[in-house]
Design a binder for this molecule. Sequence first.
Ligand code: ADP
Ligand code: MG
Length: 611
Amino acid sequence: MSDIIQLLPDHVANQIAAGEVVQRPASVVKELLENAIDAGATEIKLLIKDAGKTLVQVIDNGKGMSTTDARLAFERHATSKIKTAEDLFNLNTKGFRGEALASIAAIAHVELKTKQTDQELGTLIKIEGNTIQHQDVIATPTGTSISVKNLFFNIPARRNFLKSNTVEIRHIRDEFNRVALTHPAIAFDFYTNGSETLNLKACNLRQRIVAVFGKKINEKLVPIDESTDIITITGFVSKPEFAKKKRGEQFFFVNNRFIKNGYLHHAVANAFNELLPAGYHPSYFLYLSVPPNSIDINIHPTKTEIKFDNEQALYAILRSTIKHSLGQYNVAPVLDFNRNAAMDVPYSFKDKKTVATPQINVNPDFNPFEKEEKLSSNTTTFKKPNSNEWNSLYVDTNEIDINTIEVEAQVIGHDLFNETESDVNAKTHQIHKKYILSVLKSGVVFINQNLAHQRILYEEFLTKMTIEDTSSQQLLFPVELIFNLIDIGICKEIQSDLESIGFQFSSIKDDTIILNGIPANANQNKLQGLFEELFEAVKNEIPETSFSQLDTIAKSLAKNLAIKNGVKLNNTSQEELLAQLFSCKEPNQSPFGKKTYITLSPEEIQLKFDN
Ligand code: ADP
Ligand code: MG
């Protein structure tokens, strides 16, 4: 048989390599920023158009390239950063694989302008799909400008795979933040679609964190500083009282490189162990320096995962350093941190507590159903069942002997579930403040009250977002909430969606959101957590599984506002919940795909007796 193995042509090999290095516009941003830093730049400009799909451009004032190097830079495995395999164990640069520019040039239109300090004129190179189209001598400032246009122009499948601009720009912001946080001494200027989004001056680390996340974060930071033979740790962790319900600002930098490491994360979380309620996460910005030969960065093409030689020792040091710093902070809060009491309750409402607050229900066990009863004449929050479908699920009273139900219900109510207040004539019963039990023609149904209400609210929000039927509870005193700048950006993006379901913003400015109206079923004392969860959900939106941003918002709010398990519901509320659930389009599952109810047929019940 003839031989069949061939070497792949370079451009194909490069396209394959590109698949690993360049997943999305944000990967290009990361690689270009890292090259600019490796070139010794002190000022770096990032320009983005159309979420990077049309243009990603990085301009630096670094050392530039000679004409020969400018051409060579686009070859695969062409790097000035390592020469021998040993160099791999003593890396001081971000790049070293020599793959980024070759990969990017394989799948985009690239234009490079570069000039070294000691030269009069620089070099222009245009390259498309790895073929040089044009080369020229040009006048250009010292440093390098690389524009990457029409990413994935020759791989339509990859291009179509890109997410909405909102999602892609968020990935870019994440990469940008990581680089900006690693290098506070470098000035960054970030433009999106021609307007300046962020201008970061050279500064120290604390100032950089504040510049990226907003000035309120300054008061939340506890400094960390520890030096041992095998590791130096500097940076900040958040004070325990500022912990968030969602993982948000958690950054590890090892030898000036952002990395992800579950093991070290665990060490930090562990140090906070007894200081945080379950489900809360600390923020941290931790800069670790270790001898370059004690780590292996080479295990992932995007270089965000690394292996440490002595992970266990690092774990112990990290954990005890943070514990120690938090301990110091707890002992001497006034001395060290100028505690600002106004930050404890993150809205201005508390200053006005003495004023009478009619109509505002601040009961932490807020129950939307009870509220509905009181307000039933003037709210539109709860739609009435619009079909008889659910009714038909019920036992037709003519068909059965009503006494049978009564007897059954009584037995269950008293002995098994200790529901002394159950109305034995009711069609529904609440069990363990969690399940609603009801008898149907076809057997018995158990409804999970929380999951069912999530489904009801979810469909209600989606309807409201699409047909403008806004009902809102006006707040007597506007509620002020503080967020980081990224979250504020997200809030502006989704503002109109939020307004369509009843939020009213009096302003969204700097790091502050002021609300003067909220949806009828929202609790105004829990808005900070609600928005944190919402922003987190929008940040992590994965469009493959949810059809749009609206959907993400509706899901997050439904989850947050749904009546919790553990809340007692009276019979009217139980019946209403049931009626609403079964008039939903998809009553059988929660917005997150969990079962809202289970049924037991008479046969299944009989089986239990038979066994
Ligand atoms: P790596 O960064 O792994 O070396 P790249 O493909 O990213 O590989 O870059 C190839 C080479 O091109 C680099 O080693 C560097 O010499 C040169 N280069 C890339 N970008 C710049 C820049 N902004 N300024 C100066 N030189 C650069
Ligand atoms: Mg590089």
